[in-house]
Ligand binder design. Structure first.
Ligand code: NDP
Length: 287
């Protein structure tokens, strides 16, 4: 499954919808990204988010704060962004420095502007089937699955990983699509057997190549969320949680790393920002 191409289609749809909003209503969606500290990976993510936001025709603001910023100052900034009507989406890049309480920071964001979908209210809304902001990575995985399989109803889905940002919301989304969902984690007994039953297998662990080809049901659809940097013959490269060479022989479809889930995440962030803008104005939401 080519996440790079599909995310380009999705970004194209978002750009077209933004173009219509600007032309017909004179409003461009706006995304504010807050980065605290100088984590190199976070800096790359924030830069890419800014570029793609502007490319989609949206307003983009980056707020960079030093690592030693007191939490109160970050909360004050979030308060200003919450009150700013030009800002429709707010994203605080994680991880935050150790002296900050990430939960308290995320819950200070106006839930209507919480384009990452991590606010406890959005988590609750997703779990109870109400209109929510949905976390970008699992949303991207779901769009890939629906593009590949159409109706997911009745399929056996196994999600390996139970983090709040990927595994748990992924399980909720699959449940909402009428899959029979198993969530596996580090204490799961006989993980391979669980995986072998999966029509849909989502790996979100953070362990290079942990899921082997012989753990996969023939014809299954495999979504590899993992991003792991490994050294091979003196060169660094990115691999997923699934042993791609083994899995590709057995699976019906599989996402590569890189070029699978990763590009979908940013495309879904743009889509969420557009959705947040439309909801804030009371306008119909784009498809
Ligand atoms: P976390 O570290 O928060 O969660 C990892 C999960 O994997 C935990 O639930 C953990 O179980 C489980 N786990 C760890 N070891 C095993 C094991 N041996 N067997 C079964 N389960 C295990 O990671 P994230 O959810 O944040 O991220 C997962 C991966 O996805 C990472 O590689 C990350 O880089 C990548 N990622 C990719 C994104 C993208 O855009 N493509 C976005 C976000 C993440 P337990 O709860 O018991 O500890």
């Amino acid at each position: 499954m080519d996440g790079k191409s599909f995310s380009a289609v999705l970004r194209g749809r978002v750009s077209a919808a933004v173009g219509r909003l600007v032309a017909e209503r004179g409003v461009a969606p706006g995304l504010a990204v807050v980065l605290v500290g100088e984590d190199p990976a976070s800096q790359v993510y924030v830069r890419n988010k800014g570029i793609q936001t502007r490319d989609a025709g949206m307003n983009s603001w980056e707020h960079r704060l030093p690592a030693e910023t007191p939490q109160q100052d970050l909360l004050a900034l979030i308060g200003r962004l919450n009150a700013d009507p030009a800002v429709h989406g707010i994203l605080v890049q994680l991880p935050l420095p150790g002296h900050m309480d990430a939960g308290a920071v995320i819950d200070a964001i106006d839930p209507a502007k919480d384009v990452d979908g991590f606010h406890v209210l959005n988590v609750g809304r997703l779990g109870t089937g109400q209109k929510a902001m949905v976390p970008c990575t699992p949303l991207g995985c779901l769009l890939l699955l629906k593009e590949q399989l159409g109706d997911l109803s009745g399929l056996d889905a196994v999600v390996v990983g139970r983090s709040n940002i990927v595994g748990k919301p992924m399980a909720q989304l699959l449940l909402a699509e009428n899959c029979t969902v198993t969530v596996a984690h580090s204490r799961t007994r006989d993980l391979a057997e669980h995986c072998r039953r999966a029509d849909i297998l989502v790996a979100a662990v953070g362990r290079a190549g942990m899921i082997r080809g012989d753990w996969i049901k023939p014809g299954a659809t495999v979504i590899d969320v993992g991003i792991n940097r490994i050294e091979e013959e003196g060169r660094a490269r990115l691999v997923g949680d699934v042993d791609f060479e083994g899995a590709v022989q057995v699976a019906g479809a599989i996402t590569p790393v890189p070029g699978g889930v990763g590009p979908m995440t940013i495309a879904c962030l743009l889509a969420n920002t557009l959705t947040a803008c439309c909801r804030a104005q009371g306008w119909p939401e784009p498809d």
